[in-house]
Design a protein around this ligand. Structure first.
Ligand code: SAH
Length: 465
């Protein structure tokens, strides 16, 4: 008996933050990840570097892999003793054929578990501003497939709200079936396309005029249709559609969530350096430093990884005081058992130099765990204060090609550093019209200007207390 196992996992409707903790853990652990195209693709970044990641996605017309082949693949990999994570959009048991995959596992004698997901049927309604049930409108909801073999009318259940999935190419038949079942022509109906994603769009109408309105709007898939009086609440409850969409390319994008819906496109990745000989020499003498300055989460992550490789840990830093540029870095250090002695209010190199000016730094030895290419502002500032500065190169950054963005749906672009300005220009070209540019600080604002972008300084988070 092999100890492989199949996890049939719901990955939610598209917004990465709607992925469950359990799904995220399994993706990080899996030997084999089989996914379909409706999952949030960023989730795959959490897979192990050595995991086998296979697209078995189904596209409306062309099936990349037929269902029986998918099932056979899951079973074959599990029988090799592997942990197989079968990632499916939304919930695996709601029109996801998860039930069939589970049955095949049982038949093949392969162990399986199922992780429910946030279904698009409810999430797209929610992000579209429509609660499927409401005490003033209806106590019941039915979720129905809009997909029917040619020529057949749909069975319309008796529920106050009807939610159709897989219906875009079949909307005429859905509407005629609803009218035949006795629904009034003025019954409200809405489409929510690309639900929970930044390019979500909601189209509303009545059974009478909807087909025409939808056609004029050129519908996109995936989409759900919601039929019933609850659709009347859409304008009032459209919380998601009313928020601006903000493109962010730097790290920790959710830090800026107060600006709107964050659309994250990564442009750089951090990786280990090829040769640690020099860094290891410096780390061996780490006890001689008076200060260790962490300018980023990655500096902390890679230094501690290196210490672990050298069979050392946080105790090696016991002689030094610790500075961290930002609260996020300080938080990460706490995970390694270190509470930073100095975290400047102004989370920048300049801010940290200002803090060091208040201390006696002359004659101090300062270590920077850093990237191969790093800003010189801080080391220069400290040298001026009489400190001796040394860098330990523990990681490097590499450019990555960011996925496309539909700028029709972007309201603001936030530049968090000079490198994000340069990457934006390189990958996306000019600043699109009717889009507001924001910069995190003055140096970034100046870099934007050099590229012909007039950026305002990011507003602080409003304090509503
Ligand atoms: N198991 C999935 C549904 C799979 S069937 C779930 O629980 O969500 C595929 C259908 O789901 C699509 O045709 C579409 O109707 C719907 N769908 C999936 N993702 C969607 C999204 N982000 N927005 C709107 N509809 C979506």
């Amino acid at each position: 008996m092999s100890c492989g196992k199949v996890y049939i996992v719901g990955a939610g409707p598209g917004d990465i933050e709607l992925v469950t903790l359990k799904a995220a853990r399994l993706v990080a652990e899996g030997d084999v990840i089989c996914y379909d195209h409706l999952i949030p693709l960023e989730l795959l970044n959490h897979a192990r570097p050595d995991a086998e990641v296979i697209s078995v996605g189904k596209f409306a017309a062309k099936h990349t892999l037929p269902q029986d082949k998918i099932n056979a693949l899951l079973i074959e990999k599990a029988k090799e003793g592997k942990t197989v994570v079968r990632l499916k959009g939304g919930d695996p048991y709601l029109f996801g054929r998860g039930g069939e995959e589970a049955q095949d596992c049982v038949e093949a004698g392969v162990e399986f578990e199922v992780v429910p997901g946030v279904t698009s049927a409810l999430a797209a309604a929610c992000y579209g501003g429509i609660p499927p049930t409401h005490r003033d409108f209806t106590p019941h909801v039915a979720i129905i497939t809009g997909h029917r073999k040619e020529g057949r009318q749909l069975d319309i259940p008796k529920a106050g709200t009807l939610i159709f999935l897989m219906g875009v190419s079949n909307i005429s038949r859905i509407i005629s079936s609803l009218l035949e079942a006795g629904k009034s022509p003025d019954t409200p109906i809405a489409a929510v396309e690309h639900g929970t994603r930044y390019d979500q769009r909601v189209i509303t109408g009545t059974l009478e005029n909807f087909e025409e309105k939808l056609k004029a709007a050129q519908p996109r898939t995936p989409a759900i249709f919601i039929v019933g009086r609850v659709v009347e609440l859409q304008q009032t409850l459209d919380w998601f559609g009313k928020k601006p969409n903000v493109l962010v390319m730097g790290n920790h994008p959710q830090r800026y969530a107060y600006l709107g819906n964050i659309v994250h496109r990564r442009i750089i990745d951090c990786v280990a350096v090829d040769d640690y000989t020099e860094a290891d020499e410096t780390i061996k003498h780490i006890a001689e430093f008076n200060w260790i300055v962490f300018t980023s989460v990655n500096g902390a992550k890679y230094l501690f990884e290196r210490l672990a490789t050298m069979k050392l840990d946080a105790r090696a830093l016991a002689n030094a005081k610790i500075a961290a540029i930002g609260k996020t870095t300080a938080q990460r250090l706490r995970e390694y058992g270190i509470t930073a002695d100095l975290v400047p209010q102004d989370e920048s190199s300049v801010g940290l130099v200002e803090e060091f000016k208040k201390l006696e730094m002359s004659g101090s030895k300062v270590l920077f765990p850093q990237a191969e290419v790093a800003s010189k502002v801080l080391p220069a500032g400290l040298t001026e204060l009489g400190a001796t500065v040394e860098g330990a190169i523990v990681y490097k950054t590499i450019d990555i090609e960011p996925p496309e963005v539909d700028f029709d749906y972007i309201d603001k672009i936030l530049f968090t550093s000079g490198s994000t300005v340069r990457a934006f220009t390189k990958h996306y070209g000019k600043m699109p019209e009717n889009t507001e540019a924001l910069a995190l600080g003055i140096p970034t604002q100046q870099e934007a200007k050099k590229h012909g972008i007039e950026a305002g300084i990011i507003p602080p988070k409003a304090n509503c207390s």
